[in-house]
Design a protein around this ligand. Structure first.
Ligand SMILES: [Zn+2]
Length: 424
């Protein structure tokens, strides 16, 4: 039995920090836009460094712009937490920022209570997670998985290359390898984030224990027929690519539903038609597929089935079909022992939780390649994110931060966490 209440984050301070950071990079129209390597981002970085120092962290900015605060012993494998403080255009106040600020708050609580750490703690804000130039840039550099060519070829929407942007901000892009940690330097990484989907909110759960970040395949299914006059070509003498594409989409969704898929996500979100004119039979229709699941074998199986449906449909209409493989990101499986620790922390705090995958990409998927990684979700009101109305009940934000605090403390301290005043 514990006589003393468990440690809690300082909710006023954390919510105040979220408010303050949320106010940086807001333009005259009220839109929050803070892409990495912008003046607005720079302002946020300087503010964050102050907050990190106030929390008792020693700070540095690495070779690619990751902001890192550290406390605890000088040596030994690091326990790391963090996320990102860059935003999409007109983004919300919580995506990324919440996880970074909760990490800083965890550090603040540990230092205020003068708790001795058995392992070094690092709190990180990764550069360009949102991919203004290159998605997951900072974590990929830190994990050592970046090629020099990517820095030269990645450009923002205005055409500025990542190389030029880094150079303009006083970084030497050629030294990006210096950001990479040696193998084994980091033992664990935990990221706290809003869910950005409706599951926790709908199910009334406090905490999501993320078991993995889904893999994603992007493909183009192309149907190739023949253009002809819409008025003079009899219906039974057409090679209509768009009609074939329409049937393909319908049959694909129907098959997917018949198979009772629970976890996979299938989306045909774009279609390109040539010549795309109202009075001409389409000679080409290309349909874009986005297919995601935590199980890479399952997405492979779904893609196989769709290819066979595309062939059948093309055959039926006497036209050709081909498939273009655009991208394939493998799923990241998160560490079971970190999941257990998150579950224990939630239970100890009297919170409800559920295990779930992340359908969106995060720095955690990169960190999972070099260390044990885990992720904590809190509910997103109405599942809304990448949007200015992104919102989470402040009480839920505090609950999530407390779960992060207790999870991190269990990794950072040899014995059970108690305020120093409570130990004899
Ligand atoms: Zn994010």
């Amino acid at each position: 039995m514990t006589l003393h209440p468990p440690l809690q984050v300082n909710s006023q301070r954390l919510l105040g920090d979220i408010d303050s950071l949320g106010g940086i990079g807001v333009d005259e129209n009220g839109e929050r836009t803070r892409p990495s390597f912008s003046p607005q981002y720079q302002e946020a970085v300087e503010w964050l460094i102050d907050r990190m120092r106030a929390a008792g962290l020693r700070t540095r900015i690495d070779a690619v712009g990751n902001v890192i605060g550290r406390m605890g012993p000088d040596n030994g494998p690091i326990v790391m937490t963090g996320s990102h403080i860059d935003t999409v255009r007109n983004g919300g106040p919580l995506d990324g920022s919440y996880g970074v600020l909760a990490g800083v708050e965890v550090a603040h609580i540990l230092s205020e209570n003068k708790l001795e750490l058995a392992a070094p703690l690092e709190v990180v804000a990764f550069a360009d997670e949102e991919g203004a130039y290159l998605s997951l840039f900072g974590s990929r550099a830190l994990a050592g998985g970046l090629a020099a060519a990517e820095i030269e070829t990645s450009r923002n929407w205005q055409g500025t290359s990542l190389f030029e942007a880094m150079d303009a901000y006083g970084f030497d892009p050629e030294r990006y390898r210096e950001a990479a940690y040696p193998a084994g330097a980091i033992q664990k990484f935990v990221e706290l984030h809003i869910e950005q989907g409706p599951v926790l909110d709908t199910q009334g759960q406090d905490i999501g224990i993320v078991n993995g970040i889904v893999g994603m395949r992007n493909l183009n299914f192309r149907f190739l027929g023949k253009s002809n006059h819409a008025g003079t070509t009899p219906m039974d003498m057409r090679q209509d690519a768009l009609r074939a594409a329409a049937e393909f989409i319908t049959r694909a969704y129907t098959r997917f539903e018949e198979e009772g898929e629970q976890t996979a996500r299938l989306t045909f979100g774009a279609i390109h038609v040539k010549p795309n004119m109202g009075n001409v039979i389409a000679r080409e229709a290309a349909v874009r597929l986005d297919c995601r699941d935590l199980d890479d074998d399952r997405t492979a199986k779904i893609v196989d089935q769709l290819e066979s449906i595309a062939r059948q449909v093309a055959l039926h209409y006497g036209i050709d079909a081909d498939v273009e493989y655009l991208s394939h990101d493998r799923a990241a499986i998160l560490a079971p022992d970190i999941m257990e620790e998150i579950g224990r922390a939630a239970e100890g705090l009297g919170l409800t939780s559920m295990v779930m995958p992340s359908g969106a990409g995060h720095d955690t998927q990169v960190m999972a390649r070099i260390c044990k990684a885990g992720m904590i979700f809190v509910p997103s009101s109405n599942g809304l994110s990448h949007h200015p109305d992104e919102w989470t009940d402040p009480q839920q934000l505090i609950k999530g931060a407390n779960v992060l605090l207790h999870t991190m403390a269990s990794f950072l301290m040899a014995k059970k966490m108690q305020p120093q005043a409570a130990t004899r």
